[in-house]
Design a protein. Structure first.
Length: 40
């Protein structure tokens, strides 16, 4: 398994997932999504 980050640009959220190399199944590594941080 490896760690992967999924990003939703419409809602501005990201979450870490564990992804299986063999089957491609993804399970959440965090309990809830985090907001993206924007620097201005």
């Amino acid at each position: 398994m490896f760690v992967e980050r999924a990003v939703d640009l419409v809602l501005g959220l990201s979450i870490l997932l564990y992804a299986c190399v063999n089957c491609g199944r993804r399970t959440p590594a965090e309990s809830k999504p985090r907001p993206l941080a924007y620097k201005s």
